[in-house]
Ligand binder design. Structure first.
Ligand code: NAD
Length: 291
């Protein structure tokens, strides 16, 4: 299976990073979203991030221009259909993902591999909504995509070996490292990471520490490069909450109950860095803790 064109559905924080690394690796990219604003922001961000790489000398100006020319934005999901590989990277919501899959089905090429960058939703269940569960799997990047080395590859129950190997080949061409994970809620990284973030939210909720003391404690006390609340803002609090709900529902264990304070922040629209406010307020010069 030769992969030449990659379709990315959803041009948010992750979608723009995926388009960025795919185009630099030489793939033709169709990047789609339902919002023109998301596409505009994504293209701006890709250009800015590539310029930074060119400034540092990690890529040449020519590589940057060629890569930018390989990215075609589109508001119509049908344009993504004929790609050799599709990576769905829209909002972490199963209903939205199912609708996207439904919209893609009539436009898929015969051999198109369909994958999802979902952080937590069952790959087997998403695959069952397609006409090709054997050509469906999880392709889970880490944020920020251009910098993070890992990609989790998740087989659904029906994923065939050719599909897995084709995706593994793409990860290798990106110069990244794959970790194979079984299809259980939140896979490996988020099964461990997001409950830690949720526990940090409880620590804040119960008044054990404030935002700054919790983040400093984990940075200086556990040698984490970012504090858990800073990291939550970076991931997106809506995504963190969605993952906790998937863990809670999927594993039916009360230890995964989402912290009410996390829910409250999401209800307020304080979704983290992407919304300008989360556990920190990003609207000024420097981030200010909100508690
Ligand atoms: P985001 O909120 O930044 O972007 C989501 C994008 O999806 C938005 O631009 C939105 O307009 C678009 N969208 C919504 N409905 C759509 C539709 N029907 N068709 C096309 N586009 C649609 O979210 P994100 O952080 O980029 O997350 C996207 C996916 O990546 C999620 O599944 C998330 O779990 C996963 N993920 C996120 C992270 C992270 O750290 N944020 C890491 C790994 C994986």
């Amino acid at each position: 299976m030769e992969i030449k064109q990659v379709g990315v559905v959803g041009a948010g924080q992750m979608g723009n990073g995926i388009a960025h690394v795919m185009a630099l690796a030489g793939y033709d990219v169709v990047l789609s979203d339902v919002q023109q604003e998301a596409l505009d922001t994504a293209l701006e961000r890709i250009e800015k991030n590539m310029s930074r790489q060119a400034g540092r000398g990690t890529i040449t100006e020519e590589q940057m221009q060629e890569a930018l020319a390989r990215i075609r934005p589109s508001l119509d999901v049908a344009d993504v259909g004929p790609s050799d590989l599709i990576i769905e990277s829209a909002t972490e919501n199963e209903e939205i993902k199912n609708k996207i899959i439904e919209g893609l089905l009539p436009h898929l090429g015969e051999n198109t591999i369909v994958t999802s960058n979902t952080s937590s939703i069952s790959i087997t269940r998403l695959a069952s909504r397609t006409d090709r569960p054997e050509k469906f799997m999880g392709f889970h990047f880490m944020n920020p995509v251009p910098l993070m080395q890992l990609v989790e590859l998740i087989r659904g129950i029906a994923t065939d070996e050719d599909t897995y190997n084709a995706c593994l080949g793409v990860v290798e061409r990106l110069g990244k490292t794959a970790a194979s994970a079984e299809d259980f809620p939140a896979f490996i990284v988020n099964r461990i990471l997001i409950p830690m973030i949720n526990e940090a939210c409880y620590t804040l909720y119960e008044g054990v520490g404030n935002v700054a003391s919790i983040d400093n404690a984990m940075k200086l006390g556990a040698n984490h490069p970012m504090g858990p609340l800073e990291l939550a803002d970076f991931i997106g609090l809506d995504t963190c909450l969605a993952i906790m709900n998937v863990l809670h529902d999927g594993l039916a264990d009360t230890k995964y109950r989402p912290c009410p304070l996390l829910t409250k922040y999401v209800e307020a629209g304080w979704l983290g860095k992407k919304a300008g406010r989360g556990f920190y307020d990003y609207r000024g010069e420097t981030p200010v803790p909100t508690r």
